[in-house]
Design a protein around this ligand. Structure first.
Ligand code: MN
Length: 731
């Protein structure tokens, strides 16, 4: 396939030459009459001189980079301090200039911001996960102090992504793109800078999955040429209908990005056929009253698609986004998506926090803590011990949309999509989470791994002295729940290690004919980097300290002779007995026979539940399998199971797809090629129905896990011979 023209809309126009000093000042003055001209001029000259003859991988002078970053921030109408920070952001890291020089020449505000950005820049130099996570932690702390640090960092990343192609090392390119997708794009989304999020995602997508992106771009080009003029017709008719009914509005049609289409194809059961898949229409009016009036006019003129209406005006998203969303059958009998908002809401949706941050806000006091999600991140920072956990927890959380659930008293609790009653319990209070033993959703008992849905009323059943189950870790998704469960497991492990350490030393004492006494060990604990005797015992139990040395130190007169039998292995620490349970499952009793249900073909990554059948063992179903309804009255047969972490060791498993294929030459070839290209192995294929236009086919594919199958489904949906693809569920 030819490389189609990538439809990336840059936030700024490409600049053929370096922006001059006065041009930068004028750009800021255009939106901020109080521009600090002197500061900008000095920062410009300082940066240019500091970077001197340094070059970028692109062959441009290095100074072009901070200048472009400053340019991106002028598009976001940022204040002079932020622009100066952008100009200086690489001087401490990459030139002879010191933090002190910045402080002396530009004062404490700019110095503090530059320092924040400099610290974050070290993320890019880390390949080590742990160090990267530690730096991400710093990022959160820094931006909670002043969110302008994050805005400069995001602009820096955006320019680096735009120039990514100049890096020669493909591993490095991929790593940077991955990190952009995992960390920076979600952060841009969280602070509501939609434009920047779109561009970051699309640039990363182009690097990470060029095949998928190219095929989507090709389909976009095709649909665009086929639907030539439809968008204009829709815009014209909508405007007329609104204006006749007394609503003056500005309208625009916006094409979705290839990456957002890809995500949608992965997530939802939608094909890629309709105008609604590529265009979103926006109606911008002058007041909230007009928003609802416009909605009324549209709903009374067109056929409304059920389930698409969302009111983000009365319930704004966590990033402060507000709009009305709806879907209708449009003037050309095409499904179309419409967003209705005021001018102000529009600005917030484009610029996010930056909309409040420009000179307009008066003193740009940037108390990031007003953002609830930021407070939550800080909360997690305080709860986790290992930085890797932090990265893992937060990455997940940043990606999710939210569901809103209610407590029995009617309190609203927002959780990430995919959250379980256990997440809910921990969101209420860590004590509730720890003591949770069951849950009722909308009045019915449900397995704890059930995924909560919008509007669910959740009642947590607690028991005094209840403790978290390690199995919960498999399905909870909020950082708080994970951190609490891990903390419990760690404490529990420690108790076990202390007991184990004690029993090892007791054995040694017995063997040597001395009485075991805490005192003797307490006296020497400090010699072994332990503050208490318990620490010492735990270290022995965890085999961090050799028992024999400890004994020798505590009882110098009873020096051990030659080691006899190895000491330290006690039955409790032996490898678990072999079980019939596949390596890939957790939560099962050893020795139980396990089958995967034929109705729903569960895959690693699916939310699953086990059903016990006497004499047959356990059958594993996906939690949304329709067959489960027949077991609703027998809760005693349900057991909580989950996938183990050892995915790599897992065998390939079969996923079943229902595909509707256009009856045309090469249709089948297209399907097998796409599946093969995505490393899926077809094990069975059957035509279940045939009409002159379409084939219904059933395909069994061996895949690694749910992600793998989801990728194949999305790739199939992008194929033009494919009308629809769905996973077979409960049949
Ligand atoms: Mn930089």
């Amino acid at each position: 396939m030819q490389n189609p023209e990538p439809p990336i809309t840059p936030v700024t126009e490409p600049r053929p030459r370096l922006m001059r000093q006065y041009e930068l000042v004028e750009r800021v003055r255009a939106y901020d009459p109080t521009v600090n001209e002197d500061l900008l001029n000095r920062a410009y000259v300082f940066s240019m001189q500091a970077h001197g003859t340094q070059m970028r991988a692109s062959g441009d002078p290095y100074f072009s980079h901070p200048l472009e970053v400053a340019g991106i921030l002028t598009d976001m109408k940022m204040d002079s301090t932020t622009i100066a920070t952008a100009l200086l952001h690489d001087t401490v890291e990459d030139t002879l200039a010191s933090q002190d020089d910045i402080l002396k020449q530009f004062g404490p505000n700019v110095a503090r911001l530059v320092d924040g950005v400099t610290k974050l820049s070290r993320i890019e130099l880390q390949t080590d996960q742990a160090k990267q996570a530690e730096n991400f932690r710093k990022l959160v702390v820094a931006m909670s102090e002043d969110i302008r640090v994050l805005l400069v960092k995001l602009a820096d990343r955006l320019h680096n992504m735009r120039t990514l192609k100049h890096l020669a090392n493909p591993d490095k390119r991929r790593r940077i793109a991955r990190e952009t997708l995992d960390i920076y794009a979600p952060l841009a989304q969280r602070i509501g800078i939609e434009k920047m999020q779109d561009e970051l995602e699309d640039l990363a997508f182009a690097e990470l999955n060029p095949d998928a992106r190219n095929s989507i771009v090709a389909r976009l080009n095709f649909l665009r040429s086929e639907g030539e003029g439809i968008a204009d017709k829709v815009l014209k008719e909508l405007k007329e209908v609104l204006s006749k009914n007394g609503v003056e509005a500005e309208l625009e049609g916006r094409e979705k990005t290839p990456y957002s289409i890809w995500r949608k194809m992965q997530r939802k059961n939608v094909g890629f056929e309709q105008l609604s898949d590529i265009m979103a229409f926006r109606i911008v009016v002058s007041s909230i009253e007009y928003c609802y009036q416009a909605l009324g006019v549209i709903h009374s003129h067109y056929h409304v698609i059920p389930g698409r209406f969302k009111d983000y005006i009365s319930t704004p998203k966590p990033n402060q986004y507000q709009s009305l969303h709806t879907g209708i059958m449009g003037p050309e009998q095409q499904r179309i998506e419409i967003q209705i908002r005021t001018n102000e809401m529009h600005e917030v949706s484009e610029l996010g926090v930056a909309a409040h941050w420009g000179y307009k806000a008066g003193a740009p006091r940037t108390d990031g803590l007003q953002y609830r999600w930021l407070r939550e991140l800080l909360d997690i920072v305080e709860h986790v011990q290992k930085p890797e956990e932090f990265l893992e927890n937060t990455k997940l959380e940043l990606f999710q949309d939210q569901v809103f659930c209610f407590s029995p008293k009617g309190d609203l609790i927002a959780l990430p999509r995919g959250a379980s009653p256990v997440d809910f319990a921990y969101a209420v209070h860590s004590r509730v989470g720890d003591a949770c033993v069951g849950a009722k959703v909308n009045g019915r008992m449900v397995p704890l791994r059930t995924q909560l849905r919008n509007g669910d009323q959740v009642e947590i059943v607690t028991q005094k002295g209840g403790t978290p189950s390690p199995a919960w870790e498999r399905f909870v998704i909020t950082g708080k729940a994970k951190a609490c469960i891990r903390k419990f497991i760690r404490t529990q492990q420690r108790t076990e290690y202390v007991l184990l350490g004690k029993s090892i030393l007791e054995k040694l004492c017995k063997q040597e004919g001395v009485d075991f006494s805490d005192k003797a060990f307490d006296a020497i604990a400090k010699n072994f980097q332990s503050t208490t005797v318990e620490d010492l015992l735990a270290n022995v139990g965890a085999s961090l300290q050799p028992a024999r040395e400890i004994f020798n130190a505590a009882y110098p007169n009873h020096r051990l002779k030659a080691p006899e039998k190895p000491i330290g292995v006690v039955p409790a620490m032996k490898a678990r007995p072999k079980t019939n349970a596949p390596l890939t499952l957790k939560g099962l009793i050893p020795g139980m026979a396990v089958h995967y249900a034929r109705c729903c073909h569960p895959l690693p990554g699916d939310s699953i539940v086990g059903i016990v059948t006497t004499g047959k063992g356990v059958t594993i179903h996906t939690t949304d399998c329709e067959t489960l309804e027949s077991f609703a009255r027998a809760p005693e047969r349900w057991i909580d199971v989950g996938w183990s972490d050892e995915k790599d060791k897992a065998d390939m498993m079969v996923g079943r797809l229902d595909i509707v294929l256009v009856n045309a030459p090469h249709s089948f070839g297209g399907v097998t090629t796409v599946i093969g290209k995505n490393n899926g192995n077809i094990t069975n294929m059957k035509i279940t129905n045939r009409t002159p236009e379409f084939f219904d086919i059933l395909v069994d594919v061996e895949v690694k896990d749910l992600d793998h199958l989801t990728n194949i489904i999305a790739a199939l949906r992008a194929n033009k011979a494919v009308n629809s693809v769905d996973r077979t569920k409960g049949r």
